[in-house]
Design a protein around this ligand. Sequence first.
Ligand SMILES: Cc1cc2nc3c(=O)[nH]c(=O)nc-3n(C[C@H](O)[C@H](O)[C@H](O)COP(=O)(O)OP(=O)(O)OC[C@H]3O[C@@H](n4cnc5c(N)ncnc54)[C@H](O)[C@@H]3O)c2cc1C
Length: 380
Amino acid sequence: MLSLSAEQEMVVSSLEELARKEFSDAAFSWEGEPPMENIELLADRGYLGLNIAEEYGGGGMGEFEAMLSIEAVGQVCPDTAEYLYNQQMVAARAIEMFGSEEAKERYLPGATAGEEVIAIAISEPEAGSDVGAMNTTVEERNGELILNGEKVWVSNIPHATAVVVWVKFSDGLGSVVIDLEDNDDSIEIEQHYTNMADHTQTQFRMHDVVVPETNVLTRGKNGFKQQLQALNWERLGSATLSNAIARCALEKALEYGQQREQFDQPIADFQGIEWKLADMAKELEASRSLTYRAALNAEEQGRIPDRMDASLAKLYSGEMVENVVSESLQIHGANGYQQGHALEYLYRLARGRRLAAGTDEIQKNQIAAALKRNGLPSLS
Ligand SMILES: Cc1cc2nc3c(=O)[nH]c(=O)nc-3n(C[C@H](O)[C@H](O)[C@H](O)COP(=O)(O)OP(=O)(O)OC[C@H]3O[C@@H](n4cnc5c(N)ncnc54)[C@H](O)[C@@H]3O)c2cc1C
């Protein structure tokens, strides 16, 4: 159990109530489209961008509260939670952390109102885990910043109005934000892919995109370090999404197990099934503990997540959600294996969590590097 303040309790209970009342009927029917009706409702009630400052239309709270909101909604409708995750923990977070005042005023109010989606473009055909090998550049030409390069696997592009792009400056890695509509002529969509969860991921090329100086988010000596700080929030958001998907799967397993009878008794009364439910709860709660501990530690450190904390939570939550969803599907028998069943969708959705925002292997590399550098984490 988490020990929450009255305000945090309110976030969880009101969002849980809202999600169960308004989002449950259409959950699992979005077929890759963002659930815009749900997003509008969340925006109307002031629940979009809880961790963004009030002056930009956000809730003025921290990442911990934003993560609580993702979990409360995601246990009912994972697609709505995925949108919340993207809007709160990914590109908008990076803009608020490192953007100029002009960039914050330009991009954040639209994001917190649910009117603008900001994608994030890191991966390239030849630079996946090895981001340092990226070829997208920003050069100074005749007093202007000019961006060229190619990105791949970028989520949300069909709905996005802007994109945060990781780039190479002459003085190292950095990031900028660019408008998509204003740069229509300079951005060429090469291919839309459909991933296992029916979500679109896009490959696109940028030709001589002019980047206003005020749209530079990070560059110079600390550019890459700052980007990793933002990426670690993305990893904690991803862990929260995994926890929400797993909670959704566990709830369905518990319900189905108590209702489905075989050998004249509910299957949830067989010890073999009870132990599955217990193991699923054990893994889920362990994952939540790692995730929320990382967020609370980060808030004490000026909203900067510790790299090892973030990687431990991201790694464990990805493994956990794959297992919990698979076990829930097992409890559902052939029902859960049918196309269109919630478990079939959750199974496909869960698998992406071990890849997106840094693979399991990269998290392990980070953890091992931190152990070798700093020794074991402190006991306190
Ligand atoms: C659902 C989903 C959404 C995504 N959304 C976005 C997005 O919005 N924007 C974006 O930019 N990208 C996005 N991605 C891409 C994602 O960031 C990459 O898939 C990820 O960084 C891995 O890169 P890669 O796929 O090129 O794999 P590779 O880097 O080619 O890795 C292939 C395999 O080799 C392993 N490997 C690589 N290096 C090492 C090493 N040093 N040690 C051990 N093993 C290693 C990897 O762990 C992996 O198992 C998304 C991916 C998914 C699945």
